[in-house]
Design a protein around this ligand. Structure first.
Ligand code: F6P
Length: 326
């Protein structure tokens, strides 16, 4: 493989606030280093169909503060097939794109890894997902913003929960990961968090719920991570309603509101640092790595490691939550 002259850039999977900041950083760092940038629309789907536009610095002006992704995104079934990936490769050859920067979550990075090894093609991945479930990085782009959106919502729900002396189950996103639920609960002063990583029985909840209704505290909030393993907020609410009819129970499913909004300073800085580092890594000859942040330093993790390992939640945090919710 000769020197890289043109890089392709795409976002894929669920959008996350800060993806635009990453697009801006990758584009500007590439142009700064005399590389051409070809933006690929609609993720891997656009790579297969050839939806590609050359970007100049002005294409990424005024986007650092915008949520979503200006490149659009998609979950692409075709890219899971050998034929789909072959078509994607043909597009790259035709467009003379020498390397790819791919911004997305678990599924995106898995696709990138397979493609990179099938075609011996240089790819650098950036972790863009609100779920924070990527191994090797302390944080993913979008997680901090989503967490703050959750806090804003929970603070508001607390007002009405206290006024009516109710028990609320609030379902947050995260697919199979409990980071948003656990840290959202800690930061909002919720009474408990139910996460897929650690099984919670309804009777375990009784103690916590009762604590929420002691004299000085007349409401209870439980954050539940959406997941087949937890069964979601409705599952727990139904059971509590049946087993403890004395509680006035309500459910809120926060849903896609968590994916939108202007990125926080943390996410903008993370995205900017990782985007710039992606270009430096490619120029240095690194490939098939995910860039992440570890102790405030940008780190490179081989795709194989980032994808194979599950990122664990810290069980200590559940303990802290329990202690602080008395
Ligand atoms: O991966 C991000 C995420 O928001 C998950 O938390 C959630 O399970 C999923 O995407 C929802 O995906 P969609 O927007 O395709 O329904």
């Amino acid at each position: 493989m000769g020197a890289i002259k043109t890089i392709g850039l795409l976002t894929s999977g669920g959008d996350a606030p800060g993806m635009n900041a990453a697009i801006r950083a990758v584009t500007r760092a590439a142009i700064y280093n005399d590389l051409r940038v070809k933006a690929i629309y609609r993720g891997f789907k656009g790579l297969i169909t050839g939806e590609i536009v050359e970007f100049k610095t002005q294409n990424v002006s005024n986007i650092i503060q915008q949520g979503g992704t200006i490149l659009k995104t998609a979950r692409c079934e075709e890219f899971k097939t050998v034929e789909g990936r072959r078509q994607a490769y043909e597009t790259l050859v035709k467009e003379e794109i020498d390397a790819l920067v791919v911004i997305g979550g678990d599924g995106t990075l898995t696709g990138a890894r397979i493609f990179a090894s099938e075609f011996d093609y240089p790819i650098v991945g950036l972790p863009g997902t609100i779920d924070n479930d990527i191994f090797g990085t302390d944080a993913t782009i979008g997680y901090d913003t989503a967490l703050n959106t959750i806090l804003d919502a929970v603070d508001k729900i607390r007002d009405t929960a206290s006024s009516h002396e109710r028990l609320f189950f609030i379902e947050v996103m995260g697919r199979d990961a409990g980071f948003l639920a656990l840290n959202g609960a800690l930061a909002s002063g919720a009474e408990a968090a139910i996460i897929p990583e650690i099984a919670t029985e309804v009777d375990q909840l009784e103690e916590v719920i009762k604590k929420g209704f002691r004299k000085s505290k007349n409401s209870s909030i439980v954050l539940v991570a959406e997941s087949e393993k937890t069964g979601g907020a409705m599952h727990y609410a139904d059971r509590v309603k049946k087993e403890y009819p004395e509680y006035d129970v309500r459910v809120v499913i926060l849903g896609h509101v968590q994916r939108g909004g202007s990125p926080t300073a943390f996410d903008r800085i993370l995205a900017s640092r990782l985007g710039e580092a992606a270009i430096e890594s490619l120029i240095d000859g690194q490939r098939n790595i995910l860039l992440g942040i570890d102790n405030d330093k940008v780190v490179a993790i081989p795709f194989s490691k980032a994808i194979k390992n599950d990122k664990p939640v810290d069980p200590e945090l559940l303990k802290v939550l329990k202690i602080l919710s008395i």
